[in-house]
Design a protein around this ligand. Structure first.
Ligand SMILES: Cc1cc2nc3c(=O)[nH]c(=O)nc-3n(C[C@H](O)[C@H](O)[C@H](O)COP(=O)(O)OP(=O)(O)OC[C@H]3O[C@@H](n4cnc5c(N)ncnc54)[C@H](O)[C@@H]3O)c2cc1C
Length: 508
């Protein structure tokens, strides 16, 4: 029997964006105590993508695992709290022109049942209130710019995520990784040497010569220097499902110095959507669009108008191309790709760093269980592919359910015939008044999103039969005033968001 190795020896991470440093710190914590050598090599000539400022609640777990308190890292990254995402202008249906995708709290439990009751009635064409916003505490927190931190008198916690400056979070993780023993090299990879079997032996660099290792992490962003460049793993575009392939980003000052919102706004425009992310020092804004429908200059113009910037404004816009899709498999031979090198689903639900975390954590767990066996590798690759495809499906649903008629872009997105089996089954059950929860449970091995998230998007975008009827008297209908009142009463237990994050700032 061959002896199992607890770590893969010398590990070289190529790329020092958020993905590279998240991987470095995770591997350092798991493997340096076992004797592994972790080196991160990044190019000073190429730079990082420098966007990616929204997260999911998984990031909270990541920071907790690192053992760093929020007041230690948030101020240095201009970090703020995120209660959820609001989606204005995706639907044109009266009463449903905007909806909110919440992060959940145990206090939502009774209201989730109430929401479910009304949503099911509305799905069966009865005229009842079914907008998800009403039923979830985090919507009220976000609307009233509260921090999702209860005052300790409530018997539950509210889940939440963060916003942060993409560059500063990388710098923070770099500092911590180096403290934990990660070696840091600044150089540019110019070539990759492989053995006869195809395994990577090491990389040639511009200034420092040959750097060898036993295992490689490709975190080189869209360039995918190792996994696509050397190992030739095919890339599978999601273009048929998701049209957007470009973005233009532009920061602006906060319009109001007294309020700090605790949500991401993702507002639909003519050919895509705009994110608005509040940091402590500025707003991050960006228009994600399809270059098949508009050019970069028109997109920038539409963004400037949306942000109400005067003609004289000289804020510089950053134009970005996006490679949307995923690798056929992210672990090939002795190389694992993570981050943009591995794949990217457009940022509508801010899921990229969540997948980085999943990829790294599953890899560490799986490696501890069995090392480099082909069976483990195949199972791992399938699992990561499922995560990508199922997140893609959830993002796709926003486009599929839109009811805008202003441009071909929106009409084509709605009428898109490319539908995954998973989405087709969900729509079939929903449109026929069937058991959606049962369907989602049936698909549980595939799904990344909870049943409640699916209910929220289907109801929030008002995918209902038209011309609803009045419910019969004997059918129990939930009056939205009940959950609204209860959530408003809970608000007093949550502090003002701006006051909380400003109190964390170091005194000058
Ligand atoms: C418009 C847009 C919006 C986004 N919004 C979000 C969001 O809200 N939430 C979210 O989670 N994610 C978001 N993302 C994704 C997020 O930006 C990335 O997942 C994250 O920044 C990680 O990027 P990365 O580290 O993989 O790549 P990069 O930041 O591009 O880093 C690549 C690294 O590789 C190095 N490199 C490249 N080639 C070489 C070479 N030859 N030699 C040596 N080094 C090399 C570079 O120097 C750099 O250090 C967004 C992405 C885009 C495009």
């Amino acid at each position: 029997m061959t002896e199992r190795r607890p770590h893969p020896g010398r590990v070289l991470i190529v790329g020092g964006g958020t993905a590279g440093w998240m991987a470095a710190i995770s591997l350092a914590m798991a493997w340096i105590p076992l004797g592994a050598e972790i080196t991160l090599l990044e190019s000073d000539a190429i730079g990082i993508i420098g966007v990616g400022e929204g997260s999911t609640p998984k990031m909270r777990r990541f920071m907790q695992k690192l053992g760093v308190a929020e007041h230690e890292w948030m101020p240095s990254c201009n970090g703020t709290y995120k209660c959820g995402i609001r989606f204005p202008a995706w639907s044109t249906r009266p009463g449903y022109e905007s909806y909110y995708h919440p992060f959940f709290s145990p206090s939502d439990d009774p209201f989730i049942r109430a929401f479910h009751q009304n949503m099911t009635l509305r799905q069966r064409n009865l005229d009842v209130h079914a907008l998800p916003d009403t039923f979830f505490l985090s919507n009220y927190l976000a609307k009233h710019s509260r921090a999702p931190l209860g005052d300790g008198t409530l018997d539950h916690q509210t889940d939440y995520a963060y916003h942060f400056d993409a560059r500063l979070i990388g710098e923070y993780l770099r500092k911590r990784s180096i403290e934990l023993g990660v070696r840091h090299l600044v150089d540019t990879v110019t070539g990759v040497r492989q053995s006869e079997s195809g395994a990577i032996l090491g990389v040639d660099t511009q200034r420092g010569g040959f750097v060898e290792a036993d295992f490689f992490l490709d975190c080189s962003g869209f360039a995918s220097v190792l996994i696509c460049g050397a190992l030739r793993v095919p890339f599978m575009p999601y273009k048929d499902f998701l049209f957007n392939d470009a973005a233009v980003a532009m920061p602006t000052p906060h319009p109001d110095a007294t309020t700090l919102r605790s949500e991401t706004l993702s507002s639909a425009l003519k050919y895509g959507w705009v994110w608005k992310i509040p940091l402590t020092n500025r707003l991050g804004n960006g228009y994600v669009y399809s270059s098949d429908y508009i050019d970069a200059a028109t997109a920038e113009q539409e963004l400037r108008q949306h942000l109400k910037l005067p003609e004289s404004d000289t804020t510089e816009a950053r134009h970005l191309k996006m490679r949307v899709g995923r690798l056929n498999h992210c672990w090939e031979s002795n190389c694992l790709a993570i981050g943009l090198a591995q794949g990217f689903i457009e940022p509508l639900e801010a899921t990229a760093l969540m997948i980085v975390q999943d990829t790294v954590e599953h890899f560490i767990e799986l490696y501890a269980r069995g090392g480099f066996t082909p069976e483990h590798r195949d199972a791992y690759n399938e699992k990561i592919n499922r995560i990508y495809d199922s997140v893609r499906d959830y993002v796709y649903m926003h486009y599929k359910l839109n009811s805008r008629r202003d441009t071909d872009y929106w009409v084509n997105a709605r009428e898109n015939r490319h539908v995954s089996d998973s989405v087709a089954a969900i729509l079939e059950v929903w449109d026929n008044g069937g058991d959606l929860l049962g369907e989602i449970v049936r698909q549980r091995d595939y799904m990344s999103y909870s049943p409640t998230s699916w209910f929220c998007i289907l109801s929030g975008m008002a995918r209902f039969p038209k011309q609803p009827r009045k419910p019969r008297r004997d059918i129990p209908v939930i009056d939205p005033a009940g959950p609204r009142k209860a959530c408003m009463e809970m608000l007093e237990h949550y502090p003002d968001h701006r006051s909380v994050v400003m109190a964390m700032q170091p005194a000058h």
